[in-house]
Design a protein around this ligand. Structure first.
Ligand code: CMP
Length: 229
């Protein structure tokens, strides 16, 4: 990715969006760049956390696991998204494991620097609070869907959500390059791989989507969106 593209990603990130250009440049200079290769874990649930991250390039998954080893994905993050701030605002161990789904480039900012930033810039604090509120809203929705929605409904919703963030509109449909394995997609939806595959195969048989390795092409957006309501 070019430097200019990097800059536009950074400017859209929560910590930066409330700052003027000079302040954003100074903040950028105080952050360190971190590269994680596909499949590698950046930190684990339960680790001590001393920095937060902004994604510049690539995708990461945030997951938790049960005592018997089953995994649940909380979120898939892409460029401009931030994570690793909970252990700062609530000084406890990391609440999730962060693993690169593709090769990824990140910027890291030490927690004590974040404190300096939010103290000096109330607008930056408000922006962080807004993102936390959005995440809580989304978590509530996911929880309600786990209780009230069926698996195909949850799969449809996940496709729409991933499409909104990673989709590319082309002539024949919306290309949702999620980069997830079938297992990971199932962990994101909170269902077994078999049930999720069945739902996807059903959508494909109806002509709503076309399935590709690590991608879904949405051919009938309206139907999928309606199924995920
Ligand atoms: P932290 O606990 O420091 O490390 C794991 C990070 O995952 C956490 O900070 C948040 O930034 C992020 N995280 C935790 N729960 C969720 C969630 N439900 N949705 C999105 N991100 C989350």
């Amino acid at each position: 990715m070019t430097k200019a593209a990097d800059e536009s990603v950074i400017r859209s990130a929560p910590l930066f969006s409330a700052l003027n250009d000079d302040e954003a440049t100074a903040l950028r200079a105080s952050m360190t760049q971190v590269k994680v290769t596909k499949g590698h874990t950046l930190f684990k649930e339960g680790d001590e956390g001393d920095r937060l991250y902004v994604v510049l390039e690539g995708k990461l998954k945030l997951g938790t696991s049960s005592i018997d080893g089953r995994e649940n994905l909380l979120s898939i993050l892409g460029p401009g998204e931030m994570f690793g701030e909970l252990s700062l605002f609530d000084p406890e161990p990391r609440t999730a494991t962060a693993t690169a789904v593709t090769d990824a480039k990140l910027l890291a900012l030490a927690h004590d620097q974040v404190i300096g930033l939010v103290t000096a810039h109330p607008q930056a604090s408000l922006e962080l609070l807004r993102r936390l509120a959005q995440r809580l809203r989304k978590s509530n929705e996911i929880l309600a869907d786990l209780v009230f929605a069926d698996v195909p409904g949850r799969v449809a919703k996940a496709i729409i959500d991933l499409g909104a963030r990673f989709g590319q509109q082309k002539d024949d449909g919306l290309y949702v390059n999620h980069d997830l394995t079938q297992e990971e997609l199932a962990q994101l939806v909170g269902a077994s791989r078999e049930t999720v595959n069945k739902a996807l195969a059903d959508f494909a048989a109806r002509g709503w989507v076309r399935l590709e390795p690590r991608a879904v092409v949405v051919l009938d957006y309206e139907r999928i969106a309606k199924r995920g309501k």
